[in-house]
Structure formats: C-alpha cells, structure tokens
Design a protein around this ligand. Structure first.
Ligand SMILES: C[S@@+](CC[C@H](N)C(=O)[O-])C[C@H]1O[C@@H](n2cnc3c(N)ncnc32)[C@H](O)[C@@H]1O
Length: 349
C-alpha cells in the first residue's frame, strides 16, 4: 500500500472525526489524562475506587502495570513488518479467516506491539479484576469466561482472581496454545474450550455439568461451582469488532445468558477515536495480520476496515457502546473511555 496516500487520506478523514487523535492520547475522559502530572511509577497502586463509573464523574483511577507474557524477544528477532510476506488476497469467509490465523501471527501483531496496545491490555485486566473484587466483597464467589480468548493472554493474567477461568475460541491452534501455556498454579481452575461463541451456553453446560457427573476417567466432575458463582462474561481486545455484524446479537445474547441475572457482561471495544491512527500505525504496520489494503478499504464514517480478504474490524465509540447496551436491554454498570479502549460493564435488567 502506498503509505503517503493512505496517510493523506487518514489526515483528511480524521478532521471529520471529532477529537480523533493521531498518535496522541485520547483527550476526553481518559483514565490516563485524569492523572496528567503523575509519573507512571506513581500510578502503580490499584485502588478499589479506581473503577467507580465514569458516568458520575467521580473516577480517580490508579493502575498497576500488569505484566504481559515475555513476547518482546520474539518481536526483536522477527523481520521488520515491511519485510514480512503479505497475506494472499484470496477470498475467505470472515470466520474462517480467524481460524487460519496462527499463534505467531496473532502474538506478533498484538502482543509484541507493546507500544500500541500495552496500556489497553493492562487496563483491561485491571477493569475486570476490580469488578471481581466488588463481587467478592459482597460475599459471592466469582468465575470468569472470555469469549474469543485468542492465545489466552487475558485469561492467564486474570485467572488468579477467579475460582474458575474459562477461555473459548473457535481456533483450535489458539486453544491448544492456551492449554500448553497455562500457569501451573492455575491449571486446575483453567479451562480452554474450542467452540463458537454463538453456542456459548451449550459449550459451558457440557464442560460444567449442572449436576455432578462421573467422567470416563472415573472421576466425579463437579460443574456446579461454576454455575453457583457470580459469572463475569467478557469479550475483550475488540473480539466483538471482528465478529460479523449479523452474528453479534447472538453473541451478546449468549454472553448475557451465561452471565445470568447476577452476573456481569464486560465488553472492551477498540475506541473509534483511535481508528485513523490504528489504520496507519497498527494495521498498516502489521500486513501479516490483515493483508495489504488500500484507502478504499477504510470506512472512516463507520470506523471499519475491510480488507480485500474480507477481514473486517469495527472500532466502537462511547456513544455506540451505550446504544448497543441499551438496544440489548442491558443496564450499564460502568461505561468508560480510556486511551484506545471503551470499557463497558453491564448486566441484564
Ligand atoms: C481480535 S482476537 C482477540 C483475542 C483475545 N481476546 C485478545 O485480546 O488477545 C479475536 C479472537 O476471537 C476468536 N473468534 C472470533 N469469532 C469467534 C466465534 N464466533 N467464536 C469463538 N471465537 C471467535 C478468534 O479466533 C480470535 O482468537
């Protein structure tokens, strides 16, 4: 792709996107900008009040720099993005595309790109951990499900805080990677399931029988704890943005169903304000992930990138996130914007 023409297009388009940043932090209601003069090291404490809903304007967030898997070395050894082979521009079903992505493609693109997504990844863990703390303080036990867990970075990071931690993904290679890389101390509580988010409830019922059952190994399997717990059902890292639009209502419905009336649905969208920046500095810099694309593949109005391979990714604004929850009839517990993320916690009314 001709970078100069894309860059020109991005600059033009972002003028129409209110306060869209180009390589600058999001200025509005951002967690980071709420602590503008505090050096990063001093932001390390994790306060219980950190995640009071931003809706009431009382948020005083503090964040720990949650660690990420040691992928940096691999990144340093990898060839420069421009020298990497470009994915072939064959047509594939959008879902099949994700089943084809290898562990290395995904981790190189996102998790070795600490400068682009590092803050968002650690903020996501903090957001979910803090909700879990609130649930536990109210005297209930808590389990986690992540829809579209990829290589399991988020589940691994969060597992310590939950009685059971489940990752679901339809890419078998990702699920195998997750199983192989479970932290030993969390092995018993970690479950990685290969399957479709559109059948989330059935998948979980199979993994966690609602009545204790003897498995083929002769051991009693008790899934009852999982269903007794308050469940946080999360979809982070913009997974929902890559799920075909017509399937999203089904995924939301399944997530809300698994969370049940006491549980919490957590969505972490990639922030529409950063879409123009990401086109240049994430997608264009990672041709292995989504293939080569031209300016015509970038829909700034709908903040969606559609590559010639039919890979589609939607970046979501705060207003859109609010509207989605309202349309689903969900009560918003927390809706915040921080840097490249829009963070939502909601429950069934
Ligand atoms: C954008 S990646 C995010 C991965 C992970 N959440 C993270 O933040 O690193 C989206 C993941 O969702 C998975 N996925 C997409 N559609 C799915 C579906 N219908 N059911 C299960 N997994 C799905 C893909 O295989 C991919 O691993």
């Amino acid at each position: 792709m001709r970078l100069a023409s894309l860059r020109g297009g991005v600059h033009q388009a972002v003028q129409g996107l209110a306060s869209a940043p180009l390589s600058t932090p999001s200025p509005v209601r951002s967690f980071v900008t709420m602590l503008p003069h505090v050096p990063k090291a001093k932001q390390a404490g994790r306060g219980l009040g950190s995640f009071v809903s931003q809706e009431n304007g009382t948020t005083r967030p503090q964040f720990a720099a949650a660690g990420m898997p040691p992928a940096a070395k691999k990144s340093a050894e990898a060839p420069a993005a421009d020298q990497q082979p470009v994915a072939p521009a064959k047509k594939v079903d959008a879902s099949d595309k994700w089943k084809e992505i290898t562990v290395d493609m995904w981790r190189d693109a996102v998790y070795t790109n600490q400068t682009y997504f590092g803050d968002l990844i650690s903020d996501t863990t903090e957001f979910v951990k803090t909700i879990a703390e609130h649930i536990k303080l109210s005297g209930r036990r808590c389990s986690l499900v992540e829809v579209g867990c990829g290589t399991g970075e988020f589940v691994r990071e969060a597992a310590d805080d939950f009685r059971t931690a489940v990752g679901v993904d339809f890419n078998k290679e990702f699920v195998d990677f997750c199983k192989e890389h479970t932290i030993p101390r969390n092995a018993a509580k970690s479950h990685y399931l290969q399957g479709d988010a559109c059948q989330l409830y059935e998948l979980l019922k199979e993994e966690f029988p609602k009545t204790p059952q003897r498995g083929s190994d002769g051991l009693i399997r008790r899934g009852v704890e999982f269903w007794d717990d308050t469940r946080i059902v999360a979809c982070v890292g913009n997974t929902i943005g890559i799920i075909p639009e017509e399937l999203r209502p089904k995924v939301y419905e399944q997530m809300a169903g698994v969370a049940g009336k006491d549980g919490v649905v957590v969505m972490v969208y990639w922030n529409a304000k950063w879409f123009g920046d990401a086109v240049l500095n994430f997608y264009h810099a990672n041709p292995k992930l989504c293939g080569a694309f031209e300016g015509e593949n970038v829909d700034f109005k709908n903040t969606t990138l559609k590559t010639p391979m039919d890979y589609k990714t939607k970046w979501t604004s705060v207003d859109e996130a609010r509207a989605i929850m309202e349309d689903l009839g969900m009560e918003i517990i927390s809706l915040r914007e921080k840097g490249k993320g829009v963070f939502v916690a909601a429950r069934r009314m």
